[in-house]
Design a protein around this ligand. Structure first.
Ligand code: ADP
Ligand code: ADP
Length: 232
């Protein structure tokens, strides 16, 4: 479970102070697909960086499975972060490596043997529907396929949580739907909690159970997707 309690994040500059996230309280349950929606500058990315421990709140706490993220440092922080998969708008793939090498990369970092990591990566490549493309380079794949590689890589360390930061924002509508179907499948079959950051309402409607709307750092609406879209 993810508990965001009274979280604020303030950036103090020489000229001005920005409150990127303001008094946010959210609980995300295990197994949910939770959407966070808002315009550019609403504070979504800052919130995600606090979820995965890249940043610490100025005040408040982010607790993941009973661990307060800001209490972690060094190795425990790295391990907690490894247990969280992340996908992005621009995929962040390694362009000089093949599909297989992209997916084995996080396993190499944790010291898994070549045989084991390749076996595991091949399974994940099957899961995302890219069987047969193991030896292709990312540049030989379509945008949707590149995002599938990124998803397979994000699953390599058996995360309990997958954070998706505008992962479909660069894709056309049909490809977006295919990637969203894959995220649904991953949620249902692998029982992975997914947090979806997006500025696209369509994405929220299609796959999220609950959602929060952010504006100027604050959560201005929160609840079941069905209820929020039903109320005018
Ligand atoms: P979103 O992801 O919803 O577009 P962000 O979290 O990126 O929003 O940004 C929220 C606000 O915080 C914006 O005004 C942005 O300029 C500011 N901000 C984000 N990161 C930093 C930073 N490292 N330093 C200063 N200001 C930042
Ligand atoms: P490498 O040295 O790993 O081969 P490149 O020089 O090919 O990396 O790419 C440098 C950066 O340009 C990459 O980090 C990536 O973000 C971006 N890039 C390369 N190829 C593509 C592509 N086909 N689509 C989008 N971004 C790309």
């Amino acid at each position: 479970m993810i508990e965001i309690k009274d979280v604020s994040r303030v950036y103090r500059g020489k000229k001005k102070t920005i409150t990127a996230v303001k008094d946010v309280n959210l609980t995300i349950n295990d197994g949910e697909i939770y959407g966070i929606v808002g315009y550019s500058g609403a504070g979504k990315s800052t919130l995600v960086r606090m979820l995965n421990g890249l940043e610490t709140p100025t005040s408040g706490t982010v607790t993941i499975n009973d661990t307060v993220m800001s209490d972690l440092k060094g190795k425990p922080l790295r391990e907690a972060r490894q247990k969280m998969g992340m996908i992005f708008q621009y995929f962040n793939l390694l362009w000089s490596r093949t599909v297989l090498e992209n997916v084995t990369f996080p396993l190499e970092l944790i010291g898994m043997s070549k045989v084991d990591r390749e076996a595991k990566a091949k399974k994940l490549i099957d899961t995302v529907g890219l069987q047969g493309r193991e030896n292709a380079y990312p540049s030989e794949l379509s945008g949707g396929q590149q995002q599938r590689v990124a998803i397979a890589r994000a699953l390599a360390n058996d995360p309990q949580i997958l954070l998706s930061d505008e992962a479909t924002s660069g894709l056309d509508p049909k490809t977006t739907d295919e990637v969203l179907d894959l995220l649904l499948k991953i949620n249902r079959e692998l029982k992975i909690t997914i947090v979806v950051i997006t500025h696209e309402m369509h994405v929220i409607r299609k796959i999220c159970d609950r959602m929060a709307v952010m504006d100027e750092g604050a959560v201005v609406e929160e609840g079941n997707v069905f209820d929020i879209f039903r109320n005018p």
